[in-house]
Design a protein around this ligand. Structure first.
Ligand code: AMP
Length: 282
C-alpha cells in the first residue's frame, strides 16, 4: 500500500520508523507526470536492495527560469500515486512549494565544472535549483540509495559528483534511458508534441543511433561523431540549443579521439524542448 504525505515531518517520521526496522531507504526524486521511465527507476531501487522506497513528486520552482514552462508543467498527482502503487512504492512525498521553501531560501548548492556547459549554459540557475532541492530532499529522507535517470545525463553526473564531494552516505545509481519502440526517449514533456512534431523529434534518437554505428565501426573522433548527430538534428528541429560530444566524467567537450564519449542533444520542436544523449565506450 503506497502512502501519500505532504509534510516534511511525516516523511521524517516514516523514514525513521523504516530505518528502526532495519530497512534500507531508497529514494527516487521526480517532478511527477510519471511514465515508464520514472517507474523503471523504482524497480532499479528495489533491485539494488532498497526495501523502503520513497518517491518525491515536486515541481521545483528553483530549477525553472522565469521564461521556462513551470506553469504549464503537467501535474497528475492521482495518476502518479496509482503508478507508484503498482510498483509497490512505500511512500510518495508531494510537498507544496511553501512546505519546501517557506518564505524563501538563502542557501544554494552549486556544483562546479560539470554544470557549466550544455544545460547549465542554456538554463541559467537550473542546476543550482536541482542541486539545492536534491540536497534538501536527501536531508529530509535520509536514503541509502538514490536512483537518477541517465536521460538527464548531466544532472545524474552532478548529483553523483556532489554526493562524493560532500561525503553524503548515499549510493547514487544512474539508470538507463527508457525509450519508445521507435527510439523517442520517454519524457513528461512528450505529451505536448503534436503527431507532426513527434515524428520530427525522432531525428534526435536517429542521429544518436547513427553516431553509435559509426563508433562501433571504429570512428572515435568526438567532433566527427558530433557532426553525425547534428546532421540529423539540425534540419528537423525548429531550434537547436546544442549538439555536443563530451567527456562523461567532466562534461568538457571532446574534439579529438576518445574511447569514452557522451553525445548530448537539446533542441526545440514547436514549443517543446527535448533532451537526449548516448554514452559510447569501447
Ligand atoms: P523528472 O520528473 O523529469 O525530473 O525526472 C525524474 C527522474 O526520472 C530523473 O532522474 C530523470 O532522469 C528520470 N527519467 C526521466 N525520463 C526518463 C527516461 N526516459 N528513462 C530513464 N529515466 C528517466
Amino acid at each position: 500500500m503506497t502512502e501519500l504525505v505532504h509534510t516534511i515531518a511525516e516523511v521524517r517520521e516514516r523514514c525513521d520508523a523504516a530505518r528502526r526496522e532495519g530497512k534500507r531507504v531508497g529514494f527516487v526524486p521526480t517532478m511527477g507526470a510519471l511514465h515508464d521511465g520514472h517507474l523503471s527507476l523504482m524497480d532499479i531501487a528495489k533491485d539494488s536492495g532498497a526495501d523502503y522506497r520513497v518517491v518525491s513528486v515536486f515541481v521545483n520552482p528553483l530549477q525553472f527560469a522565469p521564461d521556462d514552462d513551470l506553469d504549464r508543467y503537467p501535474r497528475t498527482l492521482q495518476a502518479d500515486v496509482a503508478g507508484c502503487e503498482k510498483r509497490d512504492v512505500d511512500l510518495v512525498f508531494a510537498p507544496s512549494p511553501e512546505e519546501m521553501y517557506g518564505s524563501g531560501t538563502m542557501t544554494e548548492v552549486r556544483v562546479g565544472t560539470i554544470t557549466e556547459r550544455w544545460e547549465g549554459e542554456h538554463r541559467k540557475g537550473h542546476f543550482e535549483g536541482v542541486a539545492t532541492v536534491v540536497t534538501k530532499l536527501f536531508q529530509i529522507i535520509g536514503p541509502s540509495i538514490s536512483v537518477f535517470g541517465r536521460k538527464d545525463y548531466q544532472q545524474w553526473r552532478l548529483i553523483d559528483r556532489m554526493v562524493r564531494d560532500l561525503s553524503m552516505p548515499i549510493e547514487v545509481i544512474g539508470a538507463p534511458i527508457v525509450r519508445e519502440r521507435d527510439g523517442l526517449a520517454l519524457s513528461s514533456r512528450n505529451r505536448y508534441l503534436s503527431s507532426e512534431e513527434r515524428s520530427r523529434a525522432l531525428c534526435i534518437s536517429r542521429g544518436l543511433r547513427a553516431a553509435k554505428t559509426a563508433f562501433e565501426n571504429g570512428e572515435q573522433n568526438g567532433e566527427v561523431l558530433r557532426r553525425i548527430v547534428e546532421a540529423e538534428v539540425r534540419p528537423n528541429m525548429d531550434r537547436v540549443d546544442y549538439v555536443a560530444a563530451a567527456s562523461p566524467e567532466t562534461l568538457l567537450p571532446i574534439e579529438s579521439e576518445a574511447n569514452h564519449i557522451v553525445l548530448l542533444v537539446a533542441a526545440h520542436v514547436g514549443k517543446t524542448r527535448l533532451i537526449d544523449n548516448l554514452e559510447l565506450s569501447g
